[in-house]
Design a protein around this ligand. Structure first.
Ligand code: NAP
Length: 463
């Protein structure tokens, strides 16, 4: 019986891995995402149960205690965290994942003798485990601090920063080689841990708040790689596979976000975006905007044939998604054709708008991505921009000095009329003025997104 157990364990891991992969496949569409989540969670459940049944587990009490404490903290956070604070929450969790992987590597370092580490080739996984895990831990904590406003969001630069980072990287490599050659005392591991922890802080400090969500995606990918190396250290195949899947998806997400923000991953890491005076302030009073009231806006919307709704961060901040969905229903009853245009980086995290609109029961079939919806604007009566700003700024098309130059935008300015709901003239995330506000077709409807949309619903009921 005892010989067959490892085979059953490996078979179960294979089944769990297939569940993960099918889960990811289903997560690619909102229609099947729920099924994908259930499949992936089932895979994780199988993986955990099989691992716990393994004979090499020595202390079930400690594991149970960790599960109870972890589930309690996780449950409270999941219930209390606001949607707008999700990026820093994800950042924090990535950091803990990296920290856990680093602890596993350090634990093995202490458990095995120097000779064992060298003879079994474990060092091939242990050193990267410590490095990636520690860099992910402190890097994610700094990213969390910046997004939460605990640390200044502006890039914090210092002289010779790149040279110092390379020096630390080579110190880590040198110290690892020294370990393998000279077999020093196991406490030497602290040098490796210390150097990697400092490097994590120094890499993320110079990156500005504007690039932080991309950094979070990168760190997410790193935490996957850290978990994968922990899998090699422990000889656990499912950890290797799960880590690799997280690593690869994080990498793909990083690329998608970089493309949507017109930044390259190297620019994000080494560019110190926002360090100089690149970000222009909102342009003052020499240009006029046309402001309208709710009654006027209700008339335009109520008599339109087609409306494209463009949601942005302001809709999330105001929690206006339910009101927006209700407004769309009222307009549809009047025969207006409604579509939503979703920009890949609208809001503050990938999929932000999709999640909020799904929560408000907006049919998936009405959600359109940038490539599908852009050709439709010129045939549309009204582009209704709700709390979005940078993602509709035409400067991205032609103003080479703009920090968002080259970023793909939603062509709201090509619609016959544009109504923009926001509280005032404040800029968006990129900190720049928006040409669309001064366009002759544009009407500004000033107010909080939720209040204003609710008033619009009332007004439309009267016409
Ligand atoms: P945005 O450019 O940040 O603009 C949001 C606008 O919402 C602001 O101008 C603000 O103007 C308005 N607003 C805030 N609270 C409001 C409220 N309660 N009611 C009504 N309006 C409100 O948003 P976006 O167009 O969605 O663009 C997203 C930005 O985030 C892009 O620059 C993108 O690159 C960046 N970003 C996104 C991600 C991601 O993954 N989604 C990641 C990194 C960076 P007022 O204060 O005047 O109302």
């Amino acid at each position: 019986m005892s010989e067959i157990i490892p085979t059953i364990t490996q078979l179960s891991y294979l089944i769990a891995a297939s569940f993960f992969i099918m889960g990811l496949r289903y997560l690619t569409s909102p229609l099947t995402a729920r099924k994908g989540n259930i499949l992936a969670s089932t895979g994780m459940f199988i993986a955990i149960v099989v691992t716990l049944l393994d004979f090499s587990v020595l202390n079930y009490q400690m594991i149970l205690l960790a599960i109870v404490i972890g589930s309690l903290i996780g449950g409270v956070l999941a219930r209390s965290i606001k949607m707008t604070a999700m990026p820093q929450m994800v950042g924090l969790l990535n950091g803990f994942g990296g920290g856990a992987a680093a602890l596993i590597a350090v634990g093995e370092f202490q458990r095995l003798s120097t000779e064992e580490i060298i003879l079994t080739d474990s060092f091939v996984a242990i050193f990267p485990g410590i490095f990636i895990g520690c860099v992910t831990l402190t890097g994610s904590l700094v990213a969390f601090g910046k997004l939460q406003g605990i640390i200044k969001g502006r890039p914090i630069t210092f002289p010779l920063q790149h040279y110092i980072n390379f020096f630390l990287l080579f110190t880590f490599i040198g110290a690892s080689i020294f370990f393998v050659i000279a077999s020093p005392d196991p406490s030497f591991v602290l040098v490796l841990v210390g150097v990697s922890l400092i490097l994590g802080v120094l890499i993320v400090f110079p990156i500005g708040g504007a690039d932080m969500p991309v950094v979070i995606a990168m760190l997410n990918s790193l935490s996957g790689l850290a978990a994968s190396t922990a899998g090699f250290v422990l000889g656990n195949n499912i950890l290797v596979i799960a880590g690799a899947l997280v690593g690869a998806s994080g990498m793909i997400l990083t690329n998608v976000m970089c493309k949507a923000m017109n930044r390259s991953p190297t620019k994000v890491l080494f560019g110190s975006f926002g360090a100089k005076k690149e970000i222009t302030k909102a342009v003052k009073g020499d240009k006029n905007v046309r402001s309208i009231d709710v009654e006027e806006a209700a008339m335009i919307l109520g008599y339109a044939k087609s409306v494209i709704v463009i949601p942005g961060f302001g809709m999330a901040a105001a929690q206006a998604q339910h009101a927006v969905s209700e407004l769309a229903e009222h307009l549809e009853k009047r025969g207006v054709n409604i579509k939503y245009a979703i920009h890949p980086v609208a809001g503050r995290m990938p999929g932000h708008m999709n999640v909020l609109l799904a929560e408000a029961n907006v049919p998936f079939t009405q959600l359109n991505d940038i490539d599908d919806i852009n050709p439709e604007f010129k045939r549309t009566d009204v582009a209704l921009v709700i709390g979005a700003n940078d993602v509709v700024n035409p400067a991205a098309r032609h103003n080479k000095s703009s920090p968002i130059y080259g970023m793909p935008i939603l062509d709201a300015d090509k619609a016959h009329h544009v109504i923009i709901i926001k509280r005032g003239m404040k800029p968006g995330f990129a900190g720049i003025d928006n040409e669309l506000f001064y366009n002759k077709k544009t009407m500004m409807l000033f107010g909080d997104a939720r209040d204003t949309v609710s008033k619009l619903i009332e007004e439309i009921g009267h016409i």
